[in-house]
Design a protein around this ligand. Structure first.
Ligand SMILES: CC(C)(COP(=O)(O)OP(=O)(O)OC[C@H]1O[C@@H](n2cnc3c(N)ncnc32)[C@H](O)[C@@H]1OP(=O)(O)O)[C@@H](O)C(=O)NCCC(=O)NCCS
Length: 173
């Protein structure tokens, strides 16, 4: 029987930037586009997943100073992508858990994501919140969207993982 390959997670290196760019671009219908320059400038925030030395996934984060409870000092999980042949094998889960593990050091109130994949984030303990709870994101990100004029009717869901309480995302699965 074929053994499931081992996924290794590591901080991205500058030489990964073009592959990360290509992976995000491949999912441009679901992910906010990023320039190569933006990826390079934020390379230390990217985590990549490798199987047998091949990069199969990536994820990163941003820090958003939302005003008021419960989302002040939220971190946003961004650019989560797994190459199609490697999906449904726990790679996406491992990437998001690793980002959450890293950002816990900053003690944010919550991890936030705007996503077209709510079922995936739901399995990680995220729950949907009204978009008016993430106004900083709407004013700095969604307002520049070229696909949807109104973030409140855009089908992307705003979801949050409470990092103050114990959450399933912190548990190993
Ligand atoms: C969303 C994505 C990152 C998931 O990656 P993945 O490696 O397949 O996810 P995992 O195998 O770790 O799945 C973790 C859990 O989510 C579930 N899940 C994953 N994708 C799902 C989907 N499309 N619909 C419903 N559930 C899903 C899995 O069944 C698994 O649940 P389980 O723990 O109960 O078995 C991947 O499909 C992808 O890259 N999609 C395109 C880009 C994208 O939409 N990114 C998210 C935007 S923020």
């Amino acid at each position: 029987m074929k053994q499931k390959p081992m996924t290794a997670l590591r901080t991205a290196r500058l030489v990964d930037a073009e592959r990360i760019f290509a992976l995000i671009h491949l999912h441009r219908d679901r992910l906010v586009p990023r320039s190569l320059g933006n990826i390079v400038e934020n390379i230390d925030r990217f985590v990549v997943a490798e199987v047998d030395g091949e990069m199969v996934g990536c994820a990163t984060y941003g820090i958003f100073p939302e005003i008021g409870e419960p989302l002040h000092t939220a971190v946003e999980i961004q650019s989560v992508a797994v190459r199609a042949p490697w999906r449904r094998q726990g790679v996406g889960r491992a990437l998001v858990q690793e980002i959450v593990r890293r950002v816990r050091a900053f003690e944010p109130a919550a991890a936030l994501v705007l996503t077209f994949s709510p079922e995936f984030f739901g399995t990680l303990g995220f729950h949907e919140v009204p978009k008016d709870k993430v106004m900083y994101k709407l004013y700095t990100g969604c307002i520049n969207c070229t696909k949807y004029a109104n973030p409140f009717t855009c089908p992307e869901k705003a979801m949050v993982l409470d990092l103050k309480a114990h959450s399933p995302c912190s548990a190993q699965k």
